[in-house]
Design a protein around this ligand. Structure first.
Ligand code: SF4
Ligand code: SF4
Ligand code: SF4
Length: 292
């Protein structure tokens, strides 16, 4: 393996170290190097695999990254990184670790890596990626609009709670425990467990019903929509190598997000679709290495 390749594959890990150094909380030294490190490991694993099997590296990465969100942040730190909680914090005007996650992974980060979070770090998709589903059927476009309704509901739920007197930070509805910090953290844990429970309980059946692992991403996930605008202009995009596309359609058939990859590549264009999650599957399966 060339030095250049080693350095390129180490970049995610180095970014993780940089972010941990930049943001002053000891926990970030657990979170960011772990996330970046596993992305680097996934890239190294892919080097030693061929064709479709290259995806094993990414699937290991996404699986290994998920405990940082679910166990370290969710269970131990009582931090809920879901959209509803983010709305609570924005409404209260607090800049917290929850908002830092949103800013890096889902608001500013996508200007660089598009929907790379979806492809490599999402804890919901971490489970979906390992479901025993071989098919990858396309989701009819009409279902993909449901996400917009879910987004509105996800924003309205915390706003309605606030309107009806629920104080996330003081919890008047449930009485005053005398320890607001602890009480606030308990509520974070409840929102975390219920929110993620609903996501998994929806996402797993959808995958089997539609015979597509990422059916939830296409149909129901509101988070996808928050990243779309930035993804359109993201720095990192897959593009044609210059090798002639033979229009075999293998890329389209395997794309987990139903992107018309062949259209972009055969026309010499970068993949600008806001559905692309940078999973690299199309690149891995292309028989003529037409995608880079
Ligand atoms: S669309 Fe939603 S569930 Fe799917 S990977 Fe992205 S954030 Fe996760
Ligand atoms: S276009 Fe390629 S990289 Fe993007 S989601 Fe589809 S298969 Fe993955
Ligand atoms: S897999 Fe490669 S050759 Fe086949 S259609 Fe896609 S880009 Fe073209």
């Amino acid at each position: 393996m060339s030095i250049k390749k080693i350095i390129i594959n180490l970049i995610p890990f180095l970014i993780g170290i940089f972010l941990a150094w930049l943001l002053s909380w000891w926990g970030f030294w657990v979170i960011f190097p772990w996330i970046g490190g596993w992305i680097s490991i996934g890239c190294f694993i892919a080097i030693y695999k061929k064709g479709k099997d290259k995806d094993l590296g990414r699937r290991i990465s996404i699986l290994m990254i998920s405990p940082v969100f679910l166990i370290f942040l969710g269970i131990f730190q009582h931090e809920n990184l879901q959209l509803e909680e983010t709305v609570f914090y924005i409404a209260a005007g607090y800049i917290t670790r929850v908002l830092i996650h949103y800013i890096i992974a889902k608001i500013l980060g996508p200007f660089i890596w598009g929907r790379g979070f979806c492809g490599w770090a999402c804890w919901t998709a971490a489970i979906l990626e390992w479901l025993p589903i071989k098919e990858n059927r396309a989701i009819p476009k009409k279902y993909t609009h449901i996400r917009y309704i879910v987004l509105v509901i996800s924003i309205l739920i915390p706003i309605l709670f606030i309107q009806f007197g629920y104080d996330f930070f003081n919890n008047h509805i449930y009485g005053d425990s005398g320890n607001l910090f602890q009480h606030h953290k308990t509520h974070q844990l409840i929102w975390f467990l219920v929110g993620n429970g609903i996501y998994y309980a929806t996402a797993i059946p959808l995958a089997f019903i539609f015979k597509k692992k990422r059916a939830f991403c296409k149909i129901a996930c509101p988070v996808a929509l928050i990243m779309k605008l930035q993804t359109r202009v993201a720095l990192i995009k897959l593009k044609p190598t210059g090798n002639e596309c033979i229009e075999c359609g293998t890329c389209n058939k395997n794309c987990p997000m139903d992107v018309d990859v062949m259209f972009y590549i055969k026309n010499g264009k970068s993949i600008t679709s806001t559905e692309c999650i940078l999973c690299d599957i199309c690149r891995n399966v292309c028989p003529v290495n037409a995608i880079k």
